[in-house]
Design a protein around this ligand. Structure first.
Ligand SMILES: NC(=O)c1ccc[n+]([C@@H]2O[C@H](COP(=O)([O-])OP(=O)(O)OC[C@H]3O[C@@H](n4cnc5c(N)ncnc54)[C@H](O)[C@@H]3O)[C@@H](O)[C@H]2O)c1
Ligand SMILES: [Zn+2]
Length: 368
């Protein structure tokens, strides 16, 4: 029953953990809790949202109960606008009522929003208790659940309140993607393509060879397992070298500088994060080309892969001055120069500090 699970180790100085990837694995949660090398007591708080709770939570909770634990389920409304300190208070209230102790456990069952919130609630309850990530979106499987960044939004900006807090385990069940809306699936694929561009040429080429990347039905299960596994390994490798984002980890932000601008200036919600990152990758690719860092053919290969995944690539006609103002507010600008992660070839990126504001202005005007 368990032999089909791929184990990926995230090796950190303290707090190393495993990411388990497989099919139909979430109902083994009880078994997996028993395998943990930590004592976690009996009381467990599982946090989810209605979209995920409906199809999965009752069997999930049963699996935990069957092993003698006492789980409590807390359901928080879905959506990025719920990623607030108010939701953290709800989780802390539930932790208090359920009498979670220092040695107790929280479990995040959901996408990146649930994962980020539960991680932060666990980081702050009793000065830090253990938690487990059970990501149910493609994006949270390959990105948000691994690496220990947790937090919530502040009215003045995204993810302003947060903490580094590594999970004790990440349990991935690709079958939970069966209920994920197609658009969310494609948004997750943008991050997978990103891993190919920033660090894994073989992954990139595999994606190029695939018949289709647009939706789950047209993707072979083993292929899906493979690209998810490769993506997690790519992220783990970077996080292992730079857990607290002092340098290298910034390469994960390839496509994100303009991605964040697109998200913010189009009004949050118009583009999903992965869609905005797709557009951001196209711009980063063009800057790489202007800087003679990579070839036109390489930029084209990247963009064609994004199109194949059904992702948007067209710049959404945003006002250049507003874009530059937004980049400045994002602290990406120093002495009139903007910091970018740019591609030097498929599978390699580097930090470039010397892009001038007027170069951005010209590039965007040519697109508008
Ligand atoms: N911590 C990190 O390193 C990190 C990295 C990337 C993103 N993030 C954060 O992650 C969040 C985005 O995560 P996301 O894209 O997973 O979004 P999300 O958590 O909002 O999930 C997207 C939508 O899918 C629904 N959903 C989730 N799983 C489902 C399933 N299996 N079946 C049906 N519906 C399901 C959700 O209810 C939601 O409506 C953002 O807040 C972002 O800041 C964090
Ligand atoms: Zn991202």
């Amino acid at each position: 029953m368990y032999q089909d699970i791929t184990h990926i180790k995230v090796n950190l100085i303290k707090n190393s953990y495993e990411v388990l990837v497989g099919s139909n694995t979430i109902y083994d949660i009880g078994f997996q809790l028993k395998q943990l090398k930590y004592s976690i007591g009996t009381k467990i708080l599982v946090v989810t949202n209605p979209d995920v709770s409906k199809p999965y939570s009752s069997s999930f909770i049963k699996s935990i109960q069957n092993e003698g634990y006492e789980p409590r389920l807390l359901t928080i409304e879905a959506g990025e606008d719920q990623k607030t300190t108010e939701s953290i208070a709800l989780i802390h209230d539930a932790a208090y009522e359920h009498k979670l102790e220092r040695g107790s456990l929280m479990i995040a069952l959901g996408g990146g929003v649930i994962g980020d919130m539960v991680g932060f609630a666990a980081a702050t309850w009793l000065r830090g208790i253990s938690f487990i990530q059970v990501p149910t979106t493609l994006l949270s499987m390959v990105d948000a659940s691994v690496g220990g960044k947790t937090g919530v939004n502040h009215p003045k900006g995204k993810n302003l309140i947060g903490a580094f807090h590594q999970p004790k385990l990440v349990l991935i069940d690709i079958d939970t993607l069966n209920t994920l809306p197609e658009r969310e699936f494609r948004a997750g694929m943008a991050e997978i393509i990103k891993y190919g561009v920033i660090g894994d040429k073989e992954l990139f080429e595999k994606l190029e060879e695939a018949k289709d990347l647009k939706n789950l039905e047209s993707i072979d299960r083993n292929f899906l397992l493979e690209i998810i596994t490769k993506s997690i390994k790519a992220k783990a490798k970077i996080v292992e070298k730079d857990e607290k984002e002092n340098g290298l980890r910034a390469t994960l932000n390839y496509g994100h500088t303009f991605g964040h601008v697109v998200e913010a200036l189009s009004g949050y919600g118009k583009f999903l994060h992965g869609e905005a990152v797709s557009i951001g990758m196209v711009i980063a690719g063009q800057l790489s080309l202007q800087e003679n860092l990579w070839s036109k053919a390489e930029a084209k290969r990247q963009n064609e892969l994004l199109i194949k995944a059904g992702l948007p690539i067209k710049w959404p006609n945003l006002d250049e001055d507003l874009v530059l103002r937004s980049l400045r507010a994002d602290k990406k600008v120093k002495d009139g120069h903007i910091r970018f992660i740019l591609a030097t070839e498929i599978g390699k990126v580097k930090l470039v500090n010397k892009i001038k504001e007027d170069q951005i202005y010209k590039l965007l005007s040519s697109l508008n």
